[in-house]
Design a binder for this molecule. Structure first.
Ligand code: FMN
Length: 420
């Protein structure tokens, strides 16, 4: 067995917690406000049951699929995340792992590694953008991604700059200066293996965002870039359609939670959406992504690829999302725990866990491919789903009430909600 191998994502998370300085672990755990959405993303998957068969199962199963025109070996994509400086090789290690397992790499614009290096590690890289900077600046970033060879764009728009968590936000330095390093040292010193992984490379964790560099300038720091983003006027649906028109290739809108928005995304010409609440990091109390998926997949799944992200920790979760209408899922923390626990091998380990668990589910459910998974394969508790932004149908004309003549010998009936 390879060194550092783990059997579940939960175990990878335990190892990550042990290995990383407290503030770094807490930055990956993230979440917002009360953590209702973060919790619900996980809890909702546990509420769904499987309906397995015992005989007549398929000896051969196909897990491969095509997402946004790209063939992948199983229906999981790397969701873009911005803090991979937790490992010296960061996004490059994740991209290599994804390439080795035949899947798509999503690269955050807040990444610690340049898009050119990441595409070299995985040609099936999608570059993620927020709506930040002027249109000219956005065009420059798109052109750079195109020149690097990125296959597609992920536009993430579900961010409302809410901050504060009941369990506290970590302190992250603007730059790893001497002063910052001294303040950070007490946490880092008790995590020798994490420190050693950087010491071997002779570099400190990189807190800049090289993909947001403008020609002739130094890469902005994470917080400098965040400031640019906060000051950018918020996008309209016309802006979304404009951005989509600038990219000649697959284009995903990530962060959709409402039916009306899903339909507007189709009108804006996107190739795919991801039903998502940003892993519970955005507006707390948004329902779990899996609860919002069935309605959205029903409404627009025939026109574009519908993906889901939020709460995927095992292969069975992938099967559940597919059965409820997702074409594929994206993962965030699951691979971050793998990366923190054991670098590239840890990410591959996580992908193998998800693939193995998905295969078991397809087997047990008596299916021979991921495309065959259906809602009947699950037990879905009553009231499980949430349909947000349903476009109201025209109200039916009300028929006049029949006149009621009360028999004075009977007691007066109670009306729900009224006072007797
Ligand atoms: C630490 C962290 C950083 C993230 N950074 C980004 C980002 O830069 N861009 C983005 O589109 N989503 C970002 N996300 C959201 C993920 O892409 C994804 O939506 C989320 O992690 C899915 O939930 P899961 O972690 O439960 O799988 C981030 C998530 C986490 C946990």
């Amino acid at each position: 067995m390879a060194t550092g191998w783990f059997e579940t994502v939960a175990e990878a998370q335990r190892r990550a917690k042990k290995r990383l300085p407290g503030s770094v672990y807490s930055a990956l755990l993230a979440g917002s406000e009360r953590g209702v959405t973060y919790e619900d993303n996980l809890k909702a998957f546990a509420e769904l049951g499987f309906a397995p068969h015992v005989a007549g199962l398929s000896g051969e199963r196909s897990l491969s699929t095509t997402v946004m025109g790209i063939d992948i070996s199983f229906p999981v994509l790397i969701s873009p995340t911005g803090v991979q400086a937790v490992h010296p090789e960061g996004e490059v290690a994740v991209a290599r792992a994804a390439a080795n397992r035949g899947i798509i790499m999503g690269l955050s614009s807040f990444a610690s590694k340049p898009v050119e290096d990441v595409v070299a590690a995985n040609p099936n890289t999608f570059y993620q953008m927020y709506w930040m900077g002027t249109r000219d600046v956005m065009l420059q970033r798109l052109e750079r991604a195109k020149a690097a060879g990125a296959k597609g764009i992920i536009a993430t728009l579900d961010w409302s700059f809410s901050n504060g968590r009941d369990w506290g936000s970590p302190w992250i330095p603007e730059r790893l200066t001497l002063m910052a390093a001294m303040r950070f040292a007490p946490q880092a010193i008790v995590k020798p293996s994490w420190l050693w992984s950087f010491a071997k490379t002779g570099r400190v964790p990189d807190l800049t965002t090289p993909n947001l560099t403008l020609p002739g300038q130094q890469p902005p720091t994470f917080f400098g870039a965040y400031g640019e983003w906060m000051q950018t006027p918020l996008p309209t649906w016309e802006d979304v359609a404009w951005l989509r028109e600038q990219w000649d290739g697959p284009f995903m809108l990530k962060g959709v939670s409402r039916l009306d928005d899903a339909k507007r995304a189709v009108d804006a010409g996107v190739t795919a959406i991801s039903v998502s609440n940003h892993g519970g990091n955005n507006l707390d109390s948004t329902p779990a992504a899996i609860r919002m998926l069935p309605g959205i997949a029903d409404a627009v799944g025939g026109q574009i690829d519908v993906l889901l992200d939020g709460g995927i920790r095992r292969g069975g979760d992938v099967a559940k999302a597919l059965a409820l209408g997702a074409k594929a899922v994206m993962i965030g923390r699951a691979y971050l725990w793998g990366l923190a626990a054991n670098g590239q091998a840890g990410v591959e380990n996580v992908l193998d866990i998800l693939r193995g668990g998905l295969d078991s589910a397809v087997l047990g459910l008596g299916r021979s491919s991921v495309q065959e998974l259906r809602p009947e394969d699950l037990w879905v508790p009553e009231g499980f789903t949430r349909e947000l932004g349903k476009i109201p149908t025209a109200p039916k004309p009300r028929s006049p009430r029949p006149a009621v003549t009360r028999d004075p010998s009977k007691p007066k009936e109670k009306v729900a909600g009224g006072s007797a």
